[in-house]
Design a protein around this ligand. Structure first.
Ligand code: FAD
Length: 378
Protein backbone atom coordinates (compact mmCIF):
# COMPACT_ATOMS: atom_id res chain seq x y z
CA UNK A 1 0.00 0.00 0.00
CA UNK A 2 1.30 3.50 -0.83
CA UNK A 3 2.20 5.18 2.47
CA UNK A 4 2.43 8.96 2.58
CA UNK A 5 3.09 11.86 4.92
CA UNK A 6 0.14 13.83 3.61
CA UNK A 7 -2.75 13.57 1.19
CA UNK A 8 -4.23 16.82 -0.12
CA UNK A 9 -7.85 16.34 -1.21
CA UNK A 10 -8.96 18.97 -3.73
CA UNK A 11 -6.93 21.12 -6.11
CA UNK A 12 -8.74 24.44 -5.92
CA UNK A 13 -7.04 27.51 -4.46
CA UNK A 14 -6.74 25.91 -1.01
CA UNK A 15 -5.35 22.57 -2.20
CA UNK A 16 -2.87 24.20 -4.58
CA UNK A 17 -1.66 26.54 -1.87
CA UNK A 18 -1.09 23.53 0.39
CA UNK A 19 0.72 21.67 -2.40
CA UNK A 20 3.01 24.66 -2.97
CA UNK A 21 3.92 24.95 0.72
CA UNK A 22 4.43 21.18 1.09
CA UNK A 23 6.92 21.41 -1.74
CA UNK A 24 8.69 24.40 -0.19
CA UNK A 25 8.98 22.68 3.18
CA UNK A 26 10.40 19.57 1.51
CA UNK A 27 7.46 17.29 2.25
CA UNK A 28 7.59 15.45 -1.04
CA UNK A 29 6.05 12.21 0.15
CA UNK A 30 2.59 13.64 -0.44
CA UNK A 31 -0.04 13.51 -3.16
CA UNK A 32 -2.79 15.83 -4.38
CA UNK A 33 -6.07 14.22 -5.44
CA UNK A 34 -8.82 16.07 -7.31
CA UNK A 35 -12.20 14.99 -8.59
CA UNK A 36 -12.13 17.28 -11.65
CA UNK A 37 -10.97 16.30 -15.15
CA UNK A 38 -8.60 19.27 -15.33
CA UNK A 39 -7.22 22.26 -13.38
CA UNK A 40 -9.42 25.02 -11.95
CA UNK A 41 -11.26 23.61 -8.94
CA UNK A 42 -14.84 24.86 -8.74
CA UNK A 43 -14.02 27.78 -11.05
CA UNK A 44 -14.41 25.32 -13.94
CA UNK A 45 -18.14 25.32 -13.25
CA UNK A 46 -18.96 28.99 -12.70
CA UNK A 47 -21.51 30.35 -15.20
CA UNK A 48 -20.25 32.07 -18.35
CA UNK A 49 -21.45 35.55 -17.42
CA UNK A 50 -19.43 35.50 -14.17
CA UNK A 51 -16.52 37.29 -15.77
CA UNK A 52 -13.27 38.58 -14.33
CA UNK A 53 -15.05 41.95 -14.02
CA UNK A 54 -18.03 40.59 -12.07
CA UNK A 55 -16.23 38.23 -9.64
CA UNK A 56 -15.71 39.55 -6.17
CA UNK A 57 -11.91 39.77 -6.50
CA UNK A 58 -9.65 36.77 -6.92
CA UNK A 59 -6.34 36.63 -5.07
CA UNK A 60 -3.24 35.27 -6.70
CA UNK A 61 -1.90 31.83 -5.81
CA UNK A 62 1.30 31.79 -3.73
CA UNK A 63 4.44 32.51 -5.70
CA UNK A 64 2.49 33.51 -8.85
CA UNK A 65 1.64 36.90 -10.30
CA UNK A 66 -2.06 37.68 -10.22
CA UNK A 67 -4.41 36.25 -12.92
CA UNK A 68 -3.97 38.24 -16.10
CA UNK A 69 -7.16 38.27 -18.08
CA UNK A 70 -9.44 40.73 -19.82
CA UNK A 71 -12.36 41.91 -17.71
CA UNK A 72 -14.77 40.34 -20.17
CA UNK A 73 -13.19 36.90 -19.95
CA UNK A 74 -15.39 34.33 -18.18
CA UNK A 75 -13.87 33.28 -14.83
CA UNK A 76 -14.54 29.65 -15.80
CA UNK A 77 -11.85 30.03 -18.51
CA UNK A 78 -9.40 32.55 -16.99
CA UNK A 79 -9.02 30.94 -13.55
CA UNK A 80 -8.62 27.31 -14.74
CA UNK A 81 -5.96 28.51 -17.23
CA UNK A 82 -4.18 30.31 -14.38
CA UNK A 83 -4.32 27.22 -12.14
CA UNK A 84 -2.97 25.10 -15.02
CA UNK A 85 0.00 27.52 -15.38
CA UNK A 86 0.60 27.32 -11.64
CA UNK A 87 0.64 23.51 -11.65
CA UNK A 88 3.09 23.57 -14.59
CA UNK A 89 5.33 26.26 -13.14
CA UNK A 90 5.80 24.49 -9.81
CA UNK A 91 5.61 20.95 -11.15
CA UNK A 92 2.63 20.13 -8.98
CA UNK A 93 1.28 16.77 -10.01
CA UNK A 94 -2.39 16.39 -9.36
CA UNK A 95 -3.91 12.94 -9.63
CA UNK A 96 -7.24 13.43 -11.39
CA UNK A 97 -9.98 12.61 -11.81
CA UNK A 98 -9.85 10.99 -8.37
CA UNK A 99 -12.77 11.39 -5.98
CA UNK A 100 -12.16 10.51 -2.36
CA UNK A 101 -15.08 8.53 -1.03
CA UNK A 102 -13.94 7.86 2.52
CA UNK A 103 -11.20 8.64 5.03
CA UNK A 104 -10.97 6.36 8.05
CA UNK A 105 -8.59 5.19 10.76
CA UNK A 106 -6.40 2.33 9.64
CA UNK A 107 -8.07 -0.59 11.42
CA UNK A 108 -4.91 -2.71 11.17
CA UNK A 109 -2.80 -0.26 13.15
CA UNK A 110 -1.45 -1.38 16.51
CA UNK A 111 -0.01 1.23 18.90
CA UNK A 112 3.71 0.64 19.42
CA UNK A 113 4.67 -0.43 22.95
CA UNK A 114 4.89 2.43 25.39
CA UNK A 115 2.73 4.79 23.32
CA UNK A 116 0.09 6.67 25.27
CA UNK A 117 -3.31 5.00 24.89
CA UNK A 118 -6.05 6.99 23.15
CA UNK A 119 -7.32 9.87 25.23
CA UNK A 120 -4.22 10.43 27.37
CA UNK A 121 -1.98 12.33 24.98
CA UNK A 122 -2.61 16.01 24.27
CA UNK A 123 -3.76 15.18 20.74
CA UNK A 124 -6.07 12.43 21.99
CA UNK A 125 -3.44 9.89 20.98
CA UNK A 126 -4.28 10.12 17.28
CA UNK A 127 -1.22 11.78 15.75
CA UNK A 128 0.78 8.61 15.19
CA UNK A 129 -2.18 6.67 13.95
CA UNK A 130 -2.42 6.34 10.16
CA UNK A 131 -5.47 7.15 8.08
CA UNK A 132 -6.69 5.28 5.04
CA UNK A 133 -7.95 7.21 2.02
CA UNK A 134 -10.39 5.41 -0.29
CA UNK A 135 -11.14 6.83 -3.72
CA UNK A 136 -12.63 6.18 -7.15
CA UNK A 137 -11.47 7.18 -10.63
CA UNK A 138 -13.40 8.90 -13.42
CA UNK A 139 -15.38 5.78 -14.35
CA UNK A 140 -16.22 5.08 -10.74
CA UNK A 141 -13.62 2.32 -10.50
CA UNK A 142 -12.07 1.83 -7.05
CA UNK A 143 -8.47 2.97 -6.83
CA UNK A 144 -5.80 1.52 -4.55
CA UNK A 145 -6.21 2.67 -0.94
CA UNK A 146 -3.62 5.18 0.32
CA UNK A 147 -2.24 5.26 3.85
CA UNK A 148 -1.28 8.66 5.23
CA UNK A 149 -0.26 10.45 8.41
CA UNK A 150 -2.35 13.52 7.65
CA UNK A 151 -5.10 14.76 5.37
CA UNK A 152 -5.23 18.34 4.12
CA UNK A 153 -8.85 18.57 3.11
CA UNK A 154 -9.57 21.28 0.53
CA UNK A 155 -12.77 20.07 -1.09
CA UNK A 156 -14.64 23.39 -1.22
CA UNK A 157 -18.41 23.69 -1.33
CA UNK A 158 -19.46 23.57 -4.98
CA UNK A 159 -20.51 19.92 -4.84
CA UNK A 160 -22.89 20.58 -1.93
CA UNK A 161 -25.49 23.11 -3.07
CA UNK A 162 -27.89 23.89 -0.23
CA UNK A 163 -31.62 24.20 -0.84
CA UNK A 164 -33.84 24.74 2.18
CA UNK A 165 -36.89 22.50 2.54
CA UNK A 166 -40.17 24.30 1.79
CA UNK A 167 -43.69 22.90 2.05
CA UNK A 168 -45.00 21.90 -1.36
CA UNK A 169 -41.61 22.06 -3.15
CA UNK A 170 -42.08 18.64 -4.75
CA UNK A 171 -45.45 19.67 -6.22
CA UNK A 172 -44.11 22.61 -8.30
CA UNK A 173 -44.77 22.00 -12.00
CA UNK A 174 -42.17 24.47 -13.29
CA UNK A 175 -38.40 24.18 -13.20
CA UNK A 176 -36.36 24.34 -10.00
CA UNK A 177 -32.62 24.82 -10.06
CA UNK A 178 -29.79 25.98 -7.84
CA UNK A 179 -27.00 28.50 -8.52
CA UNK A 180 -24.75 25.47 -9.06
CA UNK A 181 -26.90 24.54 -12.12
CA UNK A 182 -27.15 28.06 -13.54
CA UNK A 183 -25.63 28.38 -17.01
CA UNK A 184 -26.99 31.60 -18.51
CA UNK A 185 -30.02 33.89 -18.41
CA UNK A 186 -30.96 32.96 -22.01
CA UNK A 187 -32.64 29.84 -20.70
CA UNK A 188 -35.24 32.01 -18.97
CA UNK A 189 -36.35 34.19 -21.87
CA UNK A 190 -39.98 35.22 -21.42
CA UNK A 191 -40.31 33.32 -18.13
CA UNK A 192 -41.45 34.33 -14.65
CA UNK A 193 -38.53 33.53 -12.38
CA UNK A 194 -38.33 33.61 -8.58
CA UNK A 195 -34.78 34.17 -7.36
CA UNK A 196 -34.47 33.06 -3.75
CA UNK A 197 -31.55 34.18 -1.58
CA UNK A 198 -29.86 37.34 -0.36
CA UNK A 199 -26.24 36.95 -1.48
CA UNK A 200 -24.04 38.02 -4.36
CA UNK A 201 -25.13 35.11 -6.57
CA UNK A 202 -28.81 36.04 -6.18
CA UNK A 203 -28.07 39.64 -7.14
CA UNK A 204 -26.14 38.52 -10.21
CA UNK A 205 -28.96 36.20 -11.34
CA UNK A 206 -31.57 38.93 -10.85
CA UNK A 207 -29.68 41.48 -12.93
CA UNK A 208 -29.15 39.04 -15.78
CA UNK A 209 -32.55 37.37 -15.87
CA UNK A 210 -34.41 40.68 -15.61
CA UNK A 211 -33.01 41.50 -19.06
CA UNK A 212 -34.91 38.61 -20.66
CA UNK A 213 -37.71 37.64 -18.27
CA UNK A 214 -39.75 38.75 -15.26
CA UNK A 215 -38.05 38.37 -11.89
CA UNK A 216 -39.34 38.16 -8.31
CA UNK A 217 -36.81 38.36 -5.49
CA UNK A 218 -37.48 36.52 -2.22
CA UNK A 219 -35.24 36.70 0.86
CA UNK A 220 -35.78 35.91 4.52
CA UNK A 221 -34.51 39.32 5.57
CA UNK A 222 -33.56 42.60 3.97
CA UNK A 223 -29.94 42.25 2.76
CA UNK A 224 -27.54 44.65 4.38
CA UNK A 225 -26.25 46.98 1.65
CA UNK A 226 -23.49 49.44 2.32
CA UNK A 227 -22.62 52.53 0.32
CA UNK A 228 -18.90 51.97 -0.10
CA UNK A 229 -16.59 49.01 -0.65
CA UNK A 230 -15.63 47.09 2.49
CA UNK A 231 -12.51 48.17 4.27
CA UNK A 232 -9.84 45.66 5.23
CA UNK A 233 -10.81 46.23 8.84
CA UNK A 234 -14.43 45.25 8.12
CA UNK A 235 -13.20 42.19 6.26
CA UNK A 236 -11.14 41.18 9.29
CA UNK A 237 -14.13 41.71 11.57
CA UNK A 238 -16.29 39.51 9.35
CA UNK A 239 -13.69 36.75 9.41
CA UNK A 240 -13.43 37.12 13.21
CA UNK A 241 -17.22 36.64 13.43
CA UNK A 242 -16.97 33.42 11.43
CA UNK A 243 -14.13 32.28 13.73
CA UNK A 244 -16.31 32.84 16.78
CA UNK A 245 -18.90 30.42 15.46
CA UNK A 246 -16.23 27.88 14.52
CA UNK A 247 -14.69 28.02 18.00
CA UNK A 248 -18.12 27.55 19.53
CA UNK A 249 -18.62 24.41 17.39
CA UNK A 250 -21.51 25.99 15.47
CA UNK A 251 -22.23 25.40 11.78
CA UNK A 252 -20.23 27.91 9.73
CA UNK A 253 -21.64 30.83 7.78
CA UNK A 254 -19.96 32.23 4.70
CA UNK A 255 -17.63 35.20 5.12
CA UNK A 256 -19.80 37.12 2.63
CA UNK A 257 -22.91 36.57 4.74
CA UNK A 258 -20.99 38.23 7.57
CA UNK A 259 -19.81 41.23 5.54
CA UNK A 260 -23.08 42.07 3.80
CA UNK A 261 -23.10 43.60 0.31
CA UNK A 262 -21.79 46.81 -1.21
CA UNK A 263 -23.60 48.92 -3.76
CA UNK A 264 -21.98 48.92 -7.18
CA UNK A 265 -23.00 51.12 -10.13
CA UNK A 266 -24.67 48.07 -11.74
CA UNK A 267 -26.66 47.34 -8.57
CA UNK A 268 -27.73 50.98 -8.27
CA UNK A 269 -28.98 50.79 -11.83
CA UNK A 270 -30.83 47.55 -11.05
CA UNK A 271 -32.40 49.23 -8.04
CA UNK A 272 -33.48 52.19 -10.14
CA UNK A 273 -35.19 49.80 -12.56
CA UNK A 274 -37.07 48.12 -9.68
CA UNK A 275 -35.25 44.79 -10.05
CA UNK A 276 -34.11 44.76 -6.43
CA UNK A 277 -37.53 45.04 -4.87
CA UNK A 278 -37.29 42.40 -2.24
CA UNK A 279 -40.29 40.31 -1.19
CA UNK A 280 -40.49 38.51 2.13
CA UNK A 281 -40.04 34.76 1.90
CA UNK A 282 -43.09 32.90 0.61
CA UNK A 283 -44.89 30.49 2.92
CA UNK A 284 -45.60 27.63 0.57
CA UNK A 285 -44.86 26.29 -2.89
CA UNK A 286 -47.81 25.14 -5.02
CA UNK A 287 -47.90 23.41 -8.43
CA UNK A 288 -48.37 26.85 -10.08
CA UNK A 289 -45.98 29.00 -8.07
CA UNK A 290 -45.71 30.26 -4.50
CA UNK A 291 -48.01 31.65 -1.83
CA UNK A 292 -46.50 34.98 -0.85
CA UNK A 293 -46.35 36.23 2.74
CA UNK A 294 -49.60 38.22 2.27
CA UNK A 295 -51.44 35.14 0.93
CA UNK A 296 -51.27 36.04 -2.80
CA UNK A 297 -50.61 33.22 -5.24
CA UNK A 298 -47.67 34.25 -7.47
CA UNK A 299 -47.65 32.15 -10.62
CA UNK A 300 -44.12 31.23 -11.71
CA UNK A 301 -42.26 29.20 -14.29
CA UNK A 302 -38.96 28.86 -12.44
CA UNK A 303 -37.66 28.75 -8.86
CA UNK A 304 -33.97 29.59 -8.82
CA UNK A 305 -32.45 28.79 -5.42
CA UNK A 306 -29.43 31.02 -4.74
CA UNK A 307 -29.31 29.72 -1.21
CA UNK A 308 -25.66 28.92 -0.87
CA UNK A 309 -23.52 25.88 -0.33
CA UNK A 310 -22.30 23.67 2.49
CA UNK A 311 -18.76 22.38 2.91
CA UNK A 312 -18.09 19.09 1.14
CA UNK A 313 -16.98 16.90 4.05
CA UNK A 314 -19.07 13.75 3.59
CA UNK A 315 -16.02 11.57 3.00
CA UNK A 316 -14.73 12.50 6.50
CA UNK A 317 -17.84 11.18 8.31
CA UNK A 318 -16.17 8.10 9.85
CA UNK A 319 -13.85 10.44 11.80
CA UNK A 320 -16.75 12.04 13.72
CA UNK A 321 -15.32 15.57 13.57
CA UNK A 322 -18.60 17.41 14.20
CA UNK A 323 -19.52 18.82 17.58
CA UNK A 324 -22.98 18.33 19.10
CA UNK A 325 -23.89 21.81 17.78
CA UNK A 326 -23.24 20.72 14.20
CA UNK A 327 -19.96 22.52 13.42
CA UNK A 328 -16.34 21.43 13.50
CA UNK A 329 -14.07 23.14 16.01
CA UNK A 330 -10.70 23.89 14.44
CA UNK A 331 -7.49 25.12 15.95
CA UNK A 332 -5.74 27.02 13.12
CA UNK A 333 -6.61 24.59 10.36
CA UNK A 334 -6.52 21.34 12.36
CA UNK A 335 -9.69 19.70 13.63
CA UNK A 336 -9.50 19.96 17.42
CA UNK A 337 -10.75 16.42 17.95
CA UNK A 338 -8.38 15.00 15.34
CA UNK A 339 -5.34 17.13 14.41
CA UNK A 340 -4.40 14.74 11.60
CA UNK A 341 -7.19 16.40 9.62
CA UNK A 342 -6.77 19.96 8.37
CA UNK A 343 -9.69 21.85 6.90
CA UNK A 344 -8.61 24.38 4.25
CA UNK A 345 -11.05 26.72 2.56
CA UNK A 346 -13.37 25.98 5.50
CA UNK A 347 -15.33 28.65 7.38
CA UNK A 348 -13.03 31.63 7.92
CA UNK A 349 -10.75 30.53 5.05
CA UNK A 350 -13.54 30.10 2.45
CA UNK A 351 -12.25 32.75 0.07
CA UNK A 352 -9.31 32.89 -2.29
CA UNK A 353 -7.22 34.89 0.21
CA UNK A 354 -8.27 32.68 3.13
CA UNK A 355 -7.51 29.55 1.11
CA UNK A 356 -3.97 30.78 0.41
CA UNK A 357 -3.33 31.41 4.09
CA UNK A 358 -4.89 28.14 5.19
CA UNK A 359 -2.61 26.19 2.85
CA UNK A 360 0.46 27.78 4.41
CA UNK A 361 -0.79 27.46 7.99
CA UNK A 362 -1.72 23.81 7.57
CA UNK A 363 1.71 22.91 6.24
CA UNK A 364 3.46 24.82 9.05
CA UNK A 365 1.42 22.91 11.60
CA UNK A 366 1.99 19.62 9.79
CA UNK A 367 5.73 20.17 9.92
CA UNK A 368 5.50 20.86 13.65
CA UNK A 369 3.24 17.92 14.44
CA UNK A 370 4.65 15.24 12.22
CA UNK A 371 8.15 16.14 11.24
CA UNK A 372 9.93 17.73 14.20
CA UNK A 373 13.25 16.55 12.81
CA UNK A 374 12.46 18.12 9.44
CA UNK A 375 11.45 21.34 11.20
CA UNK A 376 14.77 21.55 13.03
CA UNK A 377 16.64 21.28 9.74
CA UNK A 378 14.94 24.42 8.42
P1 FAD B 1 -12.77 24.77 -4.78
O1 FAD B 1 -12.30 25.74 -5.78
O2 FAD B 1 -14.23 24.45 -4.72
O3 FAD B 1 -11.95 23.43 -5.05
C1 FAD B 1 -12.30 22.22 -4.41
C2 FAD B 1 -11.78 21.10 -5.26
O4 FAD B 1 -11.97 19.88 -4.52
C3 FAD B 1 -12.56 20.93 -6.56
O5 FAD B 1 -11.65 20.75 -7.63
C4 FAD B 1 -13.40 19.68 -6.32
O6 FAD B 1 -13.66 18.94 -7.49
C5 FAD B 1 -12.50 18.91 -5.38
N1 FAD B 1 -13.22 17.93 -4.59
C6 FAD B 1 -14.38 18.08 -3.91
N2 FAD B 1 -14.71 16.93 -3.27
C7 FAD B 1 -13.72 16.04 -3.57
C8 FAD B 1 -13.47 14.69 -3.20
N3 FAD B 1 -14.31 14.01 -2.40
N4 FAD B 1 -12.36 14.07 -3.68
C9 FAD B 1 -11.49 14.76 -4.48
N5 FAD B 1 -11.68 16.05 -4.86
C10 FAD B 1 -12.77 16.67 -4.41
N6 FAD B 1 -13.88 33.90 -3.43
C11 FAD B 1 -13.15 35.01 -3.68
O7 FAD B 1 -12.14 35.25 -2.98
N7 FAD B 1 -13.48 35.87 -4.69
C12 FAD B 1 -14.58 35.66 -5.49
O8 FAD B 1 -14.86 36.43 -6.39
C13 FAD B 1 -15.39 34.51 -5.23
N8 FAD B 1 -16.48 34.26 -5.98
C14 FAD B 1 -17.21 33.13 -5.72
C15 FAD B 1 -18.33 32.88 -6.51
C16 FAD B 1 -19.12 31.76 -6.27
C17 FAD B 1 -20.33 31.51 -7.10
C18 FAD B 1 -18.76 30.86 -5.22
C19 FAD B 1 -19.58 29.63 -4.92
C20 FAD B 1 -17.63 31.11 -4.44
C21 FAD B 1 -16.85 32.25 -4.68
N9 FAD B 1 -15.73 32.52 -3.91
C22 FAD B 1 -14.99 33.63 -4.17
C23 FAD B 1 -15.25 31.57 -2.89
C24 FAD B 1 -14.03 30.86 -3.49
O9 FAD B 1 -14.34 30.34 -4.75
C25 FAD B 1 -13.48 29.74 -2.65
O10 FAD B 1 -13.64 29.99 -1.30
C26 FAD B 1 -12.00 29.63 -2.94
O11 FAD B 1 -11.79 29.58 -4.33
C27 FAD B 1 -11.35 28.46 -2.28
O12 FAD B 1 -11.55 27.36 -3.06
P2 FAD B 1 -11.30 25.91 -2.53
O13 FAD B 1 -9.95 25.47 -2.93
O14 FAD B 1 -11.66 25.81 -1.09
O15 FAD B 1 -12.44 25.10 -3.29
Amino acid sequence: METLDAVVIGAGQAGLSAAYHLQRRGITNAVVLDAEDGPGGAWRHRWDSLTMATVNGIRELPGMPVVEAADSEPSNIAVPAYFADFEDRFGIEVRRPVRVTLVEDDPSWVAPDGEAPDGEAADGGVLGRPLLVHSVGGDGERLPVLRTRAVLNATGTWTRPFRPAYPGAASFRGRQLHTADYVSADEFTGQRVAVIGGGISALGHLQEIAEVGETFWYTRRQPDFQDRPFTEEEGREAVAGVWERVRAGLPVRSVVSATGLSWTPALREAQRRGILERRPMFTEITPEGVIEADGTLRELDVLLWATGFRHELRHLRPLALHSDQGGIVIDGTAASVDPRIHLLGYGPSASTIGANRAGRAAVNRLVKDLCPALDRER
